[in-house]
Design a protein. Structure first.
Length: 452
């Protein structure tokens, strides 16, 4: 290990794991559930081998078993999401009682297992019925989201102390609308800018809707902040890095924390200074006070000027050093920089939760029937030490959620990518805790990292 010193975290620190409805539930149409953009995207060939969430980890039926396992592994909290089309199949006000009944049972099970629920309202599964009306390119979708947030918190608010509005709007906007890698599979950089604003607006509109129903709840949003470095000290590479950093971080942190968009991004996304997109009052709405900031950490990249790339003229590359099995950068130390960014760049004093952190490795069941994922343990150990260093510099970090509890459907890469601390044999749906699960159990029990 990079650092063998023992580390203790504050009393009350939350050790948890994160999940998302579409990725683990399966039973997509059960009990009146509606179709989402990911069902259609997968059916149209947008995912590896056409993989979809029809079965996934079968959590829709196996949640009691999974909650018991999470408790046995010493976790204190589970981050989950509601499926918007399961609660409102058309996304526009028609509510599905069976969907509410299902999540009633799920929340009751979490509480019975002494797992604090942290609920995400939007984790990418937009109802297809709303996509047919323009999806996130349609400003009205932000208002429909606020209606859904109001309905969900009105019903479940008494059992959920932490509410997250949206998860990783950067991914929705730029992977879904600029690169076409995620649903709905559009490739239009300017469209991604409009979507980014409408997702920011959806968050802002949802905050008062949530507070009106659950006044004591903690309300936040989750962003996937990214470490972006210039390839060289050349002015062109520095400008490319500023553009990528603005796209990934500034377009979301600045309106949230300052009520404005980064001016240097207007040359790439003129929609953000166009009153047709950003209307009077929008930025004030987006900057509504929240109680915590959720940060997901996966990306550490180098940006290099490349004129062949349209509009932004920046090529993203993995940094020098260890890579995952799919070639992305493996940089646990970057978590320290990510945690410090809201403080240093925006003067934020918001409490922070690391709402996702993890990496995929080539996990397999060995002949003894166990899963030795020592590389994941090493990654977590170094990342948690980086988080602790940020805390010593004043970051108010309240908890860490591993991504993810169960191996799952990993979006465009389907079932080829395993991030879980619990191995899922998809054919049998057997659950086998990996070595990292037992390691994390020990971390949670001692509330810290042991001396190496």
């Amino acid at each position: 290990m990079k650092n063998s010193d023992a580390i203790e975290f504050p009393d009350g620190f939350i050790w948890g794991a994160a999940t998302a409805a579409y990725q683990i539930e399966g039973s997509r149409s059960a009990d009146g559930g509606g179709e989402s953009i990911w069902d259609v995207f997968a059916r149209n060939g947008g995912t590896l081998n056409g993989d979809n969430g029809d079965i996934a980890a079968d959590h829709y039926r196996r949640y009691p078993q999974d909650h018991r396992l999470a408790r046995e592994l010493g976790l204190r909290s589970l981050r989950m999401s509601f499926s918007w089309p399961r609660i409102s199949p058309d996304g526009s006000g028609t509510l599905n009682p069976a969907g509410f009944d299902h999540y009633d049972r799920v929340l009751d099970s979490l509480l019975e297992n002494e797992l604090t629920p942290m609920v995400t309202l939007y984790h990418w599964d937009l109802p297809q019925a709303l996509q047919d009306k323009g999806g996130w390119l349609n400003r009205d979708t932000a208002h429909r989201f606020a209606d859904y947030a109001a309905s969900a918190t009105r019903h479940f608010g008494d059992r959920v102390p932490f509410w997250i509005t949206t998860n990783e709007p950067w991914s929705c906007a730029f992977l879904g609308y600029a690169r076409g890698l995620h649903a709905p599979g559009i490739r239009d950089y300017h469209a991604a800018g409009v979507v980014a604003h409408n997702l920011n607006l959806a968050h802002g509109l949802a905050v008062p809707a949530i507070r009106s129903n659950v006044r004591e709840a903690q309300v936040g949003v989750v962003h996937c902040l990214q470490v972006i470095e210039p390839f060289s000290n050349s002015p062109a590479d520095i400008e490319a890095a500023m553009a990528v950093d603005g796209e990934a971080n500034g377009l979301f942190l600045e309106p949230l924390l300052k009520g404005s968009y980064p001016p240097h991004m207007f040359q790439y996304l003129p929609c953000l200074c166009d009153e047709k997109t950003v209307k009077d009052g929008d930025l004030e709405c987006i900057a509504a006070p929240i109680d915590f900031l959720g940060l997901n950490y996966y990306v550490h990249e180098v940006a290099r000027f490349d004129r062949t790339i349209p509009i932004i003229h920046a090529q993203r590359m993995a940094p020098l050093g260890p890579l995952t099995s799919i070639g992305s950068g493996l940089s646990p130390d970057g978590l320290e920089e990510i945690l410090l960014k809201p403080v240093r760049d925006y003067g934020s004093s918001l409490p922070i939760y690391i709402t996702e952190i993890g990496y995929l490795f080539n996990d397999y069941i060995n002949p003894e029937g166990t899963v030795n994922d020592s590389a994941r343990i090493k990654y977590y150990d170094e990342a948690f030490r980086a988080a602790h260093r940020a805390m010593k510099q004043g970051v108010d970090l309240r908890g860490i959620y591993a991504w993810t509890l169960l191996d799952d459907f990993e979006w465009d890469s389907g079932y080829s990518s395993r991030y879980g601390i619990v191995f899922v044999e998809y054919g049998t749906q057997n659950r086998i805790p990996k070595d990292s699960a037992y390691w994390l159990r020990d971390v949670a029990r001692r509330n810290g990292l042991a001396r190496g």
